[in-house]
Design a protein around this ligand. Structure first.
Ligand code: ATP
Length: 245
């Protein structure tokens, strides 16, 4: 699946009179392709999370379009797009996003359980060859969960609640949860923010492997070692995006 964002901009009004408009993202064009790791570097506050949210269908841009293949995601009905997102997009958010009453394993399996079995509920979904109901049967989900738990070093934490985890363990659990449905598109917002060097390497290698398996992977990060895993590098500065050498 190819993602094309065209002329997207995001701005907010800061007071009731709506005369104080703050531009967060300048008009930006970006194309995300399968099989590649795209890394976006940028300082804090430069607009990386905002851009990622727009690309992932979580934040409607003020202007511009986001196409998944030929489909404008912001013209899809909410319920249809959210089912598509659950099956096809893995989003690793910044910060704590786990459900407090569920164990590590239960959190990881949640998107798989929520995923509906029908492969044809949405017109958007039909464009994605990866979205087949068979792939999401209970057996393959359990196997994927086991693999992710093992790869991400969570074997002895699988039955813990989020309150019993370190920041790095919470982060690795969120990464496993984002990957449980074997998404064809992965957005990672500072995925190694809470991790030591050893786990940073594991996570970047896992995301690199997902691109080898033909996923489109987008990482926003401050972590300079991400260069080693990138095919395409952008820099974001005060809302402006530029390709980096
Ligand atoms: N809802 C909002 N209303 C007004 N300003 C906002 C809103 N959301 C984000 N911003 C502003 O947009 C700017 C960019 O935020 P964003 O989270 O995209 O930055 P970032 O590059 O991801 O930063 P960091 O690396 O610290 O996560 C920030 O200055 C932030 O204050």
């Amino acid at each position: 699946m190819i993602i094309k964002a065209q002329d997207i901009s995001v701005s907010y009004t800061q007071n009731a009179k709506k005369d104080n408009v703050i531009n967060i993202i300048d008009p930006v064009d970006i194309t995300i392709v399968p099989g590649k790791v795209t890394v976006i570097f940028g300082r804090s506050g430069s607009g990386k999370t905002t851009l990622l949210s727009v690309l992932a269908g979580l934040l409607k841009p003020s202007e511009g379009t986001v196409l998944y293949d030929d489909i404008d995601i912001y013209k899809q009905k909410d319920d249809i797009f959210s089912e598509f997102r659950n099956q096809n997009i893995g989003f690793i958010p910044q910060g704590q996003s786990l459900i407090s009453g569920l164990t590590v394993r239960e959190n990881i399996l949640l998107p798989a359980r929520e995923s509906k079995r029908s492969a044809n509920t949405s017109g958007v979904k039909a464009v994605n060859a990866n979205a087949t109901s068979n792939e999401n049967n209970a057996g393959s989900c359990t196997k994927r969960a086991d693999n992710l738990i093992s790869t991400l070093g969570l074997l002895d934490r699988a039955d813990y609640l989020p309150s019993q985890l370190s920041g790095g363990e919470i982060r690795r659990c969120a990464i496993a949860r984002a990957l449980i449905n074997d998404p064809s598109v992965i957005f990672a917002d500072e995925p190694t923010g809470d991790l030591d060097d050893h786990n940073t390497k594991i996570v970047f290698e896992l995301l690199r492997q997902k691109a080898r398996d033909d996923a489109a992977v987008v990482i926003v990060t401050h972590e300079e070692t991400a260069y080693n895993y990138a095919d395409i590098v952008y820099r974001m500065d005060a809302g402006a995006l530029a390709l980096s050498a």
